[in-house]
Design a protein around this ligand. Structure first.
Ligand SMILES: [Zn+2]
Length: 329
């Protein structure tokens, strides 16, 4: 979907390792941390006080990367020095009032509430005519530089369509217009995915390892019905997605023997009225930074210099390991 090659180099995983070892970090966080700006009742840096919230709760980021009222700096008069205004809204989504919770530990109803928050935030933000894309994501774990361990995700709603979304939209449209079938659902029903790459199949969603996985244990959650965004998911589909998502997060915790670090992305269609948005396939992608319980994956020389990722694990092997965890419950 990104139209980039991935190098699968399964033998490189056997190479003697002298790189960074990621020691499992056992969390001993308190249930409430008065020094945490995401906990209920805490006064944030801007002086606003968090309400005594329970469960999923969203608010504007106090230190947004993108602001709606950023100055206009649009200037393309010199091709060497083109500038454009990046504007938008940044939101913070708390999954729980408990500082030491995670999406793996909260109860079923709280998980469904979190999924409904994703849906409601997307609906609200995508209706804003100044917003072109709504990217909902979670950065989790000190391993990837997250400073606040309170369970939370974020939203960047931008006045432009991001680089990856532009590539993906083009791929979705090209495939669908040529084959008269949705890309993700056609891929999902294909033999390689069904036989080799499936992790868990539910009624409305499946968890798979993508064919050209860029991270060793990358997985996608794909709807069985072609939808462009989470806004189109029914109440029943949202509830199943939430629990399917939670099981996958728990599998990562089991696989990596800790509350596992992850980057999770909700890939909703851009909302800029582009004619190709209708071909977009909503899905969720997990990009775990760990290669196994003790090894971090870094994008080093070749990858940083080429943008071609080297995955040291066969996607089929990753799927098999995750499937075994799924069967173990
Ligand atoms: Zn907190």
């Amino acid at each position: 979907m990104l139209e980039q090659w991935v190098i699968i180099a399964a033998n490189s995983a056997e190479r003697p390792w002298s790189g960074s070892m990621a020691t499992p970090i056992k969390s001993t966080q308190p249930e409430h941390d008065p020094g945490c700006y995401l906990c209920p009742g805490v006064t944030r840096a801007t002086g606003s006080e968090n309400p005594d919230y329970q469960g999923a709760y969203a608010f504007d980021n106090d230190f947004p990367t993108l602001a709606a009222n950023a100055p206009d700096v649009n200037d393309a008069s010199d091709p060497l020095f083109i500038t454009n205004s990046a504007k938008g809204k940044c939101r913070v989504l708390c999954w729980s009032e408990k500082h030491n919770a995670t999406l793996a530990s909260i109860n079923e109803q709280q998980m469904i509430d979190a999924a409904n928050l994703w849906r409601n935030e997307y609906i609200t933000l995508s209706a804003d005519p100044t917003i072109a894309q709504v990217l909902i994501f979670e950065n989790k774990g000190v391993e990837i530089g997250v400073s606040n361990l309170h369970p939370h995700g974020q939203i960047y709603a931008t006045n432009f369509v991001t680089e990856n979304a532009t590539r993906m939209r083009s791929s979705f449209a090209q495939y669908t217009l040529k084959n008269k079938a949705p890309l993700l659902q056609t891929m999902l029903s294909s033999e390689p995915v069904q036989q080799q790459l499936m992790v868990e199949q539910c009624n409305h969603w499946s968890v798979i390892v993508p064919f050209a996985a860029r991270f060793s244990y990358e997985t996608w959650i794909i709807p069985h019905r072609a939808i462009t965004s989470i806004a189109e998911a029914s109440e029943e589909e949202i509830a199943e997605l939430a629990l399917c998502y939670q099981r996958q997060v728990r599998r990562y915790d089991a696989l990596f023997e800790r509350s596992a670090p992850n980057i999770t992305l909700l890939h909703n269609a851009p909302c800029d009225n582009h004619e190709h948005n209708q071909h977009w396939g909503f899905h969720i992608a997990f990009h775990p930074p760990l290669r196994d319980a003790s090894k971090m994956k870094f994008l080093a020389g070749f990858e940083a210099g080429s943008s071609n990722i080297v995955n040291p694990l066969m996607p089929e092997t990753a799927a098999q390991r995750l499937r075994q965890l799924a069967q173990a419950g």
